[in-house]
Write a protein that binds this ligand. Structure first.
Ligand code: BTN
Length: 270
């Protein structure tokens, strides 16, 4: 295992593209890298926290994010956006596109898709997820913590039944795809570069700029899905997303719904 290393991560970042200071917290163990960044005052610029393991890694909808030591990427970035919250519509989709772009650059191009809003799947198995937490929205500035988990060197075959139960959903890793072990420092460096570029584009052009990219990797369009929300669940055929990133579905009565959040599950293809 190659340990997390700041110099190595920095050597893989396009520093010419990033015009603000980058601060790193590379930790051996922490409860959650998102929690760490939320509760520690940030400096000017972008603050990154990665850990070798998380004891209470957090997923969406209160789920746990399994975080075995030294195997995968547990990454969080605390980022000041110089805009109001409304200027960040579609942020979680853009984060997943930036992550996917990082994987494409590493040579992963086939059979990858995104399950709205932000799960990256390989052959329908989850490779990466993201959890965005909002901090102190103000008039002209919004601060967010962007948490990304990527299954890198964990092996599905080697994982125990207990771990599978903990995750409780089909998943896989980059190692499972290629049987190659990856240097996480390289992936993190490239991820920071792409994330920064995609976020700058989101602020300057809005989400509509990303629509054509999304349409190429939309894993739900044309499929029968159920979206669970706190108010209940809706099933129907996914139609794609609109220019703000909302998911459009048509239910069995022919009614159209535009959803801005929820947990999606795929029922079958049509
Ligand atoms: C999901 O798909 O449910 C979101 C998973 C997000 C996991 C990452 S790992 C790094 C960061 N710290 C956390 O506690 N969660 C995110």
């Amino acid at each position: 295992m190659i340990p997390l290393d700041e110099n190595s991560i920095r050597s893989h970042i396009n520093t010419t593209e990033i015009n603000q200071p980058l601060h790193f917290h590379l930790l051996n163990t922490i409860d959650s890298t998102n929690r760490f960044l939320k509760e520690n005052p940030s400096n000017e610029g972008i603050t990154i926290c990665c850990a070798e393991t998380q004891t209470q890694g957090r997923g969406r909808f209160g789920r746990a994010w399994h975080s075995p030591f030294g195997e995968n990427i547990y990454f969080s970035a605390r980022w000041h956006a110089r805009c109001e919250l409304s200027g960040l519509s579609g942020l979680s989709l853009v984060v997943s596109l930036a992550t996917l772009n990082t994987l494409n650059e590493l040579g992963f191009t086939d059979n990858l898709s995104i399950k709205w809003p932000n799960d990256i799947l390989w052959h329908e198995k989850k490779l990466s997820g993201c959890l965005i937490e909002l901090l102190a929205p103000a008039k002209t500035q919004t601060e967010v913590v962007i948490g990304i988990g990527i299954n890198v060197n964990s092996s599905l075959k080697a994982s125990s039944d207990t771990n599978e139960q903990l995750i409780n959903r089909p998943w896989c890793s980059l190692f499972d795809i290629t049987t190659t072990l990856y240097d996480r420092n390289l992936i993190i460096g490239r991820l920071i570069t792409h994330l920064n570029r995609y976020l700058q584009h989101l602020i300057s052009h809005g989400f509509a700029y990303f629509l054509p990219k999304w349409q190429l990797v939309d894993g739900l369009k044309g499929r029968l899905i159920t979206v669970s929300q706190s108010s209940g669940s809706i099933s129907g055929i996914a139609q794609g997303i609109d220019h703000t990133g909302q998911l459009i579905i048509i239910d069995s009565h022919g009614n159209t719904h535009a959803l801005s959040s929820g947990d999606t599950s795929i029922k079958c293809s049509i």
